[in-house]
Design a protein around this ligand. Structure first.
Ligand code: DOR
Ligand code: ZN
Ligand code: ZN
Length: 432
């Protein structure tokens, strides 16, 4: 028995087409105006938008080691609820994802307990200490799709260069958290209006941009594919734009919070506004929107970074960096960027599906007959307030509580399996 998604509005080339979609096993087997029912399960999705399952190339699942913050089970349930069917998980777990054994442990757990596909990212340096390269070949053979020391910047140029040379040989992208510790040390928010007003130590923009500039030069010297994590400053955008113009293999990602907020929006000493890189200036925010628009920035990721409530209540200086993002990403982007007219629906959807697939060479992210059935169905009409208590994630740390948003995913199909379905009359609570 298959599943028929009936009468949904399939988004393609900027237009929507009313289609029935028949899913059998893991795959989409037919898409047509009207598919007859041969005993299949039917789901009426009239009036709802159909898009490819979203791909998030930057997620912290926290397992192994930090299961109080999140697990593979809760993190992937959160992804499903947010409409994501593929998530790449960052290696700053304990142990760090720096051996093939840890990679295998994660993929096994994800297969057994995960709602969606998990792609592990391996560390560039052993324990992310920045002093010794990992066995990247062994990591690749175990299944990592990229390399990163996310959570920390690689402080020495020579280590980054050696990492790029090794990654290039294996055809793996280097995904860089850009942060010069000598500039960032001790800062908890952006060095700007908010840090001055509250007498807090700031993280200056150059702490990021200096690494971006350095690494672009190294990428050009080594030929490696260099991908900038969570880009946050106007200067970083300029450097990436210029590098692309020269034909360098440089790509970049941006997070919804950096697109929608700046340091002036932080209401007070609330650590739900604390993440790394921090919310920058209004000028930086505008440069990110411009960079996303002109293609200097390729993709949108969440940097979903769950922490416990106790940790986030330690105050601006002591709380850990990070906010959750999987369950609010699309509604935020839809409401604030698409419904407001700044971006088209297709532009935003592409940057969460086909473009990340292309940048990382992944076979998912499009809806076609014969393709793997990774499908997200979205209600663009119903407005709901963000309520962290309803998140599937263990992390409730978001600055977006109470925001009234449209564009909530109501059905997520991952490899032909329904992994999230909202009950209509039940205000988004899960059926089953
Ligand atoms: O805000 C952040 N949280 N930035 C990072 O680079 C790391 C992440 C985390 O692991 O919590
Ligand atoms: Zn990072
Ligand atoms: Zn991160």
């Amino acid at each position: 028995m298959g599943i028929i998604l009936r009468n949904g509005q399939l988004l393609k080339n900027g237009e929507t087409f009313i289609k029935d979609i028949l899913i059998e096993g893991n795959n989409i087997v037919r898409m047509d105006e009207s598919i007859g029912n041969d005993g299949h399960q039917e789901i009426d999705i009239s009036g709802k938008l159909i898009v490819p399952g979203f791909i998030d190339m930057h997620v912290h699942l926290r397992e192994p080691g930090f299961e109080a913050k999140e697990t593979i089970a809760t993190g992937t349930a959160s992804a499903a609820r947010g409409g994501f069917t593929t998530v790449a998980c960052m290696p700053n777990t304990r142990p760090v994802i720096d051996t093939p054994e840890t990679v295998q442990r994660i993929t096994k757990k994800a297969r057994e307990e995960g709602s969606v596909r998990v792609l592990p990212i391996g560390a560039i340096t052993v324990r992310e200490l920045g002093t010794e390269l990992t066995d990247m070949k062994a990591l690749k053979d175990a299944g990592v799709i990229a390399l990163s020391d996310d959570g920390v910047g690689i402080q020495t140029s020579s280590m980054m260069k050696d990492g790029m040379i090794a990654a290039k040989k294996l055809g793996l992208p280097v995904v860089a958290h850009c942060e010069d510790d000598s500039l960032a040390e001790g800062g908890c928010v952006h060095e700007g209006v908010f840090s001055q007003k509250h007498g807090l130590r700031g993280i200056p923009s150059e702490a990021e941009s200096i690494h971006v500039g350095r690494d672009i030069l190294l990428a050009e010297a080594t030929g490696a594919h260099y991908h900038v994590c969570h880009i946050s400053t106007a200067e970083s955008v300029r450097l990436v734009r210029e590098a692309k113009q020269r034909g360098a293999r440089v790509t970049a990602e941006v997070c919804p919070h950096h697109l929608l907020l700046c340091d002036e929006d932080i209401p007070g000493l609330d650590a739900n506004y604390k993440m790394n890189p921090p919310l920058r200036s209004r000028r930086d925010q505008e440069a990110l929107l411009e960079g996303l628009k002109d293609g200097s920035i390729d993709i949108i990721v969440t940097d979903h970074a769950p922490h416990t409530e106790e940790e986030k209540q330690r105050g601006m200086e002591l709380a850990p960096f990070g906010i959750v993002g999987l369950e609010t990403a699309f509604p935020l982007l839809y409401t604030k960027l698409v419904a407001s007219g700044l971006f088209s629906l297709q532009e935003i959807v592409d940057r969460m599906t086909t473009v990340p697939a292309k940048v990382f060479g992944l076979p998912w992210g499009s809806i076609e007959e014969g393709a793997v059935a990774d499908i997200t169905v979205i209600d663009l009409e119903t407005e709901k307030e963000v309520n962290p208590q309803s998140f599937a994630s263990k992390g409730k740390n978001t600055p977006f509580t109470g925001w009234a948003l449209k564009g909530w995913p109501v059905l997520t199909v991952s490899e032909g399996r329904i992994v999230w379905q909202a009950a209509e009359e039940n205000d988004g609570e899960e059926m089953q």
